[in-house]
Every structure is written in C-alpha cells, then in structure tokens.
Design a protein around this ligand. Structure first.
Ligand SMILES: Nc1nc2c(c(=O)[nH]1)N[C@H]1C(S)=C(S)[C@@H](COP(=O)(O)O)O[C@H]1N2
Ligand SMILES: [Mo]
Length: 210
C-alpha cells in the first residue's frame, strides 16, 4: 500500500472479498457479453465536476426520521470497510479486483432511520446524474459510498471524493460524485434508466436495455 490518504485507516484493516458474489447468479465470474480489462476506463456523461473539498456536503433526505448532512471529513470518520469487488460496465468491459474503501449503504440508512414505507432510493450526483435502485438492492452487502480506491483516495475521474459502487449491477447504478441520497416511497427513474437502460441492470442476466 502506497497510499497516504485518510482511506488508509480502513485500507489497513481486513479486506473483505466480494468477488464471489457472481455465484448468486451462475458459474461465471465474467458476465455474458463482457470482456475483462486491466485498465480502469473512465465513463462519464459529461466531464469530471470540480469539487472544493471544504464545500462538499453529503446529504440524506426523504422519508427518513432524520435528514443528514456530512462534510467530507465527517463522512470519512464514519465506520468504513474495504472490499475487493468486480466492476461491470454496460458498454462491455469488466474490471476484476477493485479494492474500494467506504461506508456501507446500510450504515447511512441506519443513521437516517428509513421509514417503513420506503421502497426506492434515488442517488444524486454533482454532475446532475441520478440513478435509482430498490431499497433492498441497496442494503445488501457490497453497496458502498466509496472514497478510497486501491489504498489511495478515489481519483476524481472515478467519482472522488465519494462514489457509489454496486458490484451486483452494471456500474451505471453507482453514482460518481454522489452528493445526495433520497429515500422514496415512489420510484423515480435515474438519468440512464430514463434513456433506455435497464432499471434492473443485472449483468449475469444481461439486463442492459429496457
Ligand atoms: N455522476 C455520475 N456517475 C456515473 C456516471 C456519470 O456519468 N455520472 N456514469 C456511470 C457509468 S455509465 C459507469 S460505467 C460508471 C463508470 O465509472 P468509472 O468512470 O469509474 O469507470 O460510472 C457511473 N456513474
Ligand atoms: Mo457504463
């Protein structure tokens, strides 16, 4: 580990291996129609937004007991995990063994106190991107608000300071530069989901388009 970011604290702890998550869906680690790459391509609808770390706020609202707002340093003080995960982009590349450090979705949901009638989550990002998931697809293992990658701070092009990762879904379900999490009783489709990409987005079932 050559990192010198605050992510180190969690990176130095035990790394959980989530790369066998595919077994829920079949025998193949590489989903159908994907090819493995060693690179980590950057895919953004527009450019990388510039973020002043001191002004960054991570906010939680909607049908919750308590709306939350964290500065970046407050967020990085929350309990964190490091997980080895695979990453699958709907355009056809997969990157194995990405070490993401961050806060588990469930940790944030617990702190906010999600109302019983919430079934949907809409993630908001600084570039205007949104993406939606059912609540029960967010509270499962692997969904992180990641701020560390490979022992360092998550690079800005990959969504730093904080991005969502969703190893059981195509990666468009993981908002880079995530700034808000909205707990909803009714579904609202996100940016790509409105534009014809699959709402369910399971890579092993090749759910690419709706
Ligand atoms: N805010 C935001 N998040 C985003 C996107 C985006 O354009 N804006 N693109 C999505 C898509 S389609 C993919 S494949 C992944 C790409 O992540 P990467 O650039 O780190 O490879 O981010 C997802 N999250
Ligand atoms: Mo993508």
């Amino acid at each position: 580990m050559t990192g010198h970011g605050e992510a180190d604290a969690a990176v130095d702890g035990a790394v959980e291996d989530l790369t066998d998550l595919y077994r829920e869906y079949g025998d193949d680690r590489l989903p159908p129609g994907q090819r493995e790459t060693d690179r980590f391509p950057v895919l953004s609808k527009t450019g990388t937004p510039s973020v002043a770390p001191e002004e960054f706020a991570f906010e939680v609202w909607g049908a919750v007991d308590e709306a939350l707002a964290y500065s970046l340093s407050e967020f990085r003080d929350l309990p964190a995990v490091t997980q080895n995960q695979d990453f699958h982009c709907v355009t056809g590349w997969s990157k194995f063994d990405c070490a993401f450090t961050g806060v588990e979705f469930g940790e944030i949901a617990d702190r906010a106190g999600v109302h019983e009638d919430v079934e949907h989550v809409l993630f908001h990002a600084l570039d205007g991107y949104t993406t939606n998931l059912p609540l029960d697809e967010c509270t499962r293992e692997g969904v992180l608000f990641a701020y560390g990658y490979d022992g360092d701070d998550l690079p800005a092009d990959h969504g730093g300071p904080i991005r969502v990762v969703t190893p059981h879904k195509y990666a468009y379900k993981g908002a880079k530069w995530v700034s808000g999490v909205e707990f909803r009783t009714e579904k609202e489709l996100g940016y790509w989901e409105k534009r014809g990409y699959s709402d369910t987005a399971n890579p092993w079932h090749e759910e690419r388009y709706s």
